[in-house]
Design a protein around this ligand. Structure first.
Ligand code: AMP
Length: 169
């Protein structure tokens, strides 16, 4: 799929990183609908019960996919944002580390969960999010991103889990 409306921002958030800004795509109604429809078509409208979105851009896509299919939506949040008891997963960033959290009662045991984020880079974020969903009782049926940065080998890091990407660059 061609993802029109994405913009490369050099040296953001730090020198040497090319940030893939998908906000212009989200702002384009027809393009955003194609993205949501592409995800729904891939997994089938009855293929999952809940969509888990990774903070923050994953929330945008997760909510739309959930609404389009009648599924629920659960946020996977950065540390310290959730009001009730939460499970945490810490992972390595290029410099330092980060933590994601999900409410411990976010899922009914066995609920089928599709996990969504905007960009797959090294796979650290995705690995933590998928781990959290399963620890919270969900059954991960898939992980999907709008854009995969193939050269960073996130897909290999997540193996044997499968990754669906609308676009790989
Ligand atoms: P990673 O854990 O390395 O796979 O990084 C993926 C997470 O960081 C996702 O939540 C992305 O939103 C964000 N991210 C990492 N690299 C980029 C990039 N080059 N452009 C846009 N977002 C990125």
């Amino acid at each position: 799929m061609v993802l029109g409306g994405t913009v490369d921002v050099p040296d953001f958030p730090k020198p040497g990183i090319v940030f893939k800004d998908l906000m212009p795509l989200f702002a384009d109604g027809a393009a955003f609908r194609r993205v949501v429809d592409g995800i729904v078509e891939h997994y089938g409208p009855g293929g999952f019960d809940v969509v888990a979105g990774v903070e923050a851009r994953g929330f945008v896509v997760a909510a739309a996919v959930a609404y389009a299919t009648g599924a629920g939506v659960v946020p996977v949040r950065k540390a310290g944002k959730l009001p009730r008891k939460a499970l945490a997963a810490t992972y390595e960033l290029e410099y330092g580390e980060a933590t994601l959290e999900v409410h411990e009662d976010a899922f009914i045991a066995g609920q089928r969960v599709l996990v969504v984020d905007d960009v797959l880079a090294t796979g650290g974020t995705a690995g933590a999010a998928l781990d959290l969903v399963e620890r919270a009782g969900g059954t991960v049926i898939g992980f999907t991103v709008l854009m995969e940065l193939g050269f960073l080998k996130g897909r290999e890091r997540l193996s044997p889990r499968t990754v669906h990407a609308l676009l790989t660059v």
